[in-house]
Design a protein around this ligand. Structure first.
Ligand SMILES: Nc1ncnc2c1ncn2[C@@H]1O[C@H](COP(=O)(O)OP(=O)(O)OP(=O)(O)O)[C@@H](O)[C@H]1O
Length: 484
């Protein structure tokens, strides 16, 4: 017997003790676990408290009857197969139950062989349904993230997190260096959300001036100021039913921040020159490459707005932390370039791929894309064999430097490396101890943030925040680069 089905739990709900015993014997013989309820209310309680795979449900029970239980399951989205057990004069009720979604009905006295077959079929159909749902989800995920290339552990983690959050309506704050793909992720989250058929409105906050902010964000009515020649729908209203993406949110002027906060709290906008309030239904995704902790400390960014934006933080790692993704992306961009420009397929000489992978990519994927295009244009044959002066010397890593950390080439981290006792004096503050622990783990993992976070038992986003908070990111990176 399939071990998954052997673990199945069957709930038997019948007010007759004799029926419960008879059915339990059959279920036991099939190798399934069973629990029993003697009325409809007990059945609902057991459904609430247990993971039930199959329900055998009597129609006529005291308190809530079988039909009430079915109605409860429907209302609460409980998708468990139900086999109705009914007296032979209750066929019309049984038919009603099938219409309400029950899998099958059996009449009393229950024929054991029929019960066995029906229970087995119901469970295997259910497991097949779950497998199909899972496959559909995987296909959907592939489709949604199809523009995001990468096989590294780091990017897979980002896709995993984005998949989890996309079905919800929480605000997402995407953090990462410029050119890492923040906008691509924002779009993917929208495409995978229940708002996918609604608009996706992108605003570059750095480009919004104080004078135009109200009108751009909230709209205006004709004649409300000089030059307002017609009504204008603001960005928040344009995003009604969809997603608004506030890019470079860290650059939003402090005065505008207060206004954005109000809209986030109330989901109401008022156009300039109009008294009427308009409800707006949007989901907010924002992105920044900035360090918010400094901005909050210096008063240039409102803490209350930040906490609203960051209901779910998503950190996109820089390209240099994505190992083999550099070659993978370079080849992808080269192929796309050839197709788009109708030129014969080109390849990279291994030496060039090696040079690309030993570069720090301060401009991340955007920079890689540009360099691939330039090298394709400058090629002499079908193979790209040089990158004439394209890579800035400041960001090249010497040949004998440690390769950038990546999960697909994990550097073994020994217990002794990570389990150094923190030899701090008793009077050392918690903050110092935390800083030391992070520094040790970070160095032991050779700067691999994913591994560091795992070792410290915190999420990547928390690690990222802590590194920023202690101003450690840059100093640690520098010290790692100096490692002989
Ligand atoms: N994983 C990826 N696979 C393929 N293309 C990518 C990937 N990530 C980013 N790109 C491409 O790189 C470019 C930059 O991406 P994007 O604009 O999303 O980055 P960003 O982090 O929002 O940049 P900025 O901070 O400058 O706004 C785009 O052309 C995008 O299509």
């Amino acid at each position: 017997m399939n071990s998954k089905r052997a673990n199945a739990t069957v709930l038997i709900a019948d007010d007759s003790a004799v029926m419960r015993t008879l059915i339990s014997h059959v279920i036991k013989r099939l190798g399934y676990k069973h629990i029993t309820a003697d009325d409809g209310n007990a059945c609902i309680r057991l459904l609430q408290d247990n993971k039930v795979d199959l329900l055998l449900l009597d129609i006529n029970m005291p308190g809530k009857n079988g039909i009430d239980v079915l109605a409860y399951m429907k209302e609460n989205g409980l998708e468990i197969p139900v086999i109705m057990i009914t007296a032979s004069d209750d066929i019309s009720q049984a038919v009603q139950c099938i219409k309400m979604g029950a899998y099958e009905y059996l009449t009393k006295p229950v024929d054991n062989d029929r019960l066995e077959i029906t229970a087995k079929n119901a469970l295997s159909e259910q497991s097949l349904k779950k497998k199909v749902e899972l496959l559909e989800k995987e296909l959907l995920q592939k489709d949604i993230f199809k523009r995001i290339y990468g096989e590294s552990q780091a990017i897979k983690e980002c896709i995993g997190q984005a998949t989890q959050v996309m079905e919800t309506d929480v605000n997402v704050l995407i953090n990462g260096e410029s050119g890492t793909g923040k906008e691509l992720f924002a779009q993917a989250i929208h495409n995978g959300s229940k708002r996918k058929n609604g608009p996706f409105v992108t605003i570059n906050c750095a480009a919004i001036t104080n004078e135009l902010a109200d009108s751009l964000l909230f709209g205006h009515v004709k004649g409300s100021f000089t030059g307002a020649n017609s009504d204008h729908t603001g960005f928040f209203e344009q995003a009604d039913g969809g997603t608004i993406f506030l890019d470079e949110i860290g650059d939003l002027n402090i005065e505008i921040q207060a206004k954005v906060l109000r809209v986030l709290q109330e989901h109401i906008v008022r156009r300039v020159g109009e008294k009427k309030e308009r409800p707006v239904d949007f989901r907010l995704i924002s992105a920044t490459h900035k360090d918010f902790s400094n901005a909050i400390e210096t008063g240039s960014f409102r803490a209350d707005l930040y906490y609203r934006l960051e209901e779910y933080p998503l950190y996109i790692p820089p390209l240099r932390e994505r190992g083999d993704d550099i070659s993978l992306l370079a080849k992808h961009f080269l192929e796309s370039f050839c197709i788009a420009n109708n030129i014969e397929p080109l390849t990279f000489k291994p030496l060039v791929l090696d040079q690309l992978s030993r570069y720090d990519w301060p401009g991340n994927i955007r920079e890689l894309q540009n360099i691939v295009r330039r090298s394709a244009i400058n090629r002499t044959g079908n193979e790209i064999n040089a990158l004439p002066g394209f890579l800035s010397a400041d960001h090249k890593r010497p040949k004998d430097a440690l390769p950038e950390p990546e999960a697909s080439h994990p550097e073994p981290v020994t217990d002794t490396e990570i389990n150094h006792p923190i030899s701090a004096p008793v009077e050392t503050s918690l903050k110092d101890a935390e800083q030391q622990a992070i520094a040790r783990a970070y160095e032991a993992c050779r700067g691999n943030q994913t591994k560091t976070a795992r070792i410290l038992g915190i999420s990547r986003s928390s690690l990222y925040r802590k590194l920023k908070k202690y101003g450690m990111e840059k100093s640690i990176t520098l010290s790692l680069n100096k490692t002989p």
